[in-house]
Design a protein around this ligand. Structure first.
Ligand code: HEM
Length: 132
């Protein structure tokens, strides 16, 4: 493992990866911890901020160019930006089941899946984790 490829990457990629890894760690804690408490709300807002940073910063990253400068993963960023406010709104309305499904869906469906795709050969996180 080496951080060198990430340290040599443009700022947008560094910010994106740092926010994504932090969101993964904090999200795992949030899913395991008691729900509806004041810490759950505080950690939840930080997690939402991190996910907004992950999605927004990705619009400045263009290493996979499938449609002009854009990649299919950018669709996931748009999806994340749409679902996040909806999931927060569900919590605000005490629609607990909708809130839980939307947030766990974002964690596993966006963060974990996109995170696993970053480990594909040739990508920066592959070099970070496996070297080379
Ligand atoms: C633990 C999770 C994640 C990590 C470690 C991560 C890391 C990275 C890195 C290092 C890149 C730069 C390109 C490369 O891989 O060489 C990248 C690109 C990108 N990521 Fe993520 N990411 C994660 C999650 C996400 C999520 C949740 C989204 C969407 C909401 C996302 C959207 C994108 C997009 C759109 C790109 C640009 C694709 C391209 O043109 O290269 N990522 N990611």
């Amino acid at each position: 493992m080496t951080l060198a490829p990430l340290l040599a990457a443009p700022f947008a990629i560094q910010l994106h990866a740092l926010a994504a890894i932090s969101a993964f760690a904090l999200g795992a804690v949030q899913l395991a911890a008691p729900k509806g408490t004041i810490p759950h709300r505080a950690v939840g807002w930080v997690w939402v901020g991190l996910m907004l940073t992950v999605a927004a910063s990705s619009f400045f990253v263009h290493t996979i160019r499938l449609w002009g400068p854009w990649s299919p993963i950018h669709l996931l960023s748009i999806f994340t930006l749409a679902v996040l406010p909806w999931a927060v709104w569900a919590a605000h309305r005490h629609a607990v089941d909708r809130h839980r499904r939307a947030m766990t869906g974002l964690f596993f469906g966006a963060l974990v899946i996109a995170g696993l795709f970053t480990l594909m050969p040739g990508r920066i996180m592959h070099k970070v984790v496996f070297g080379g």
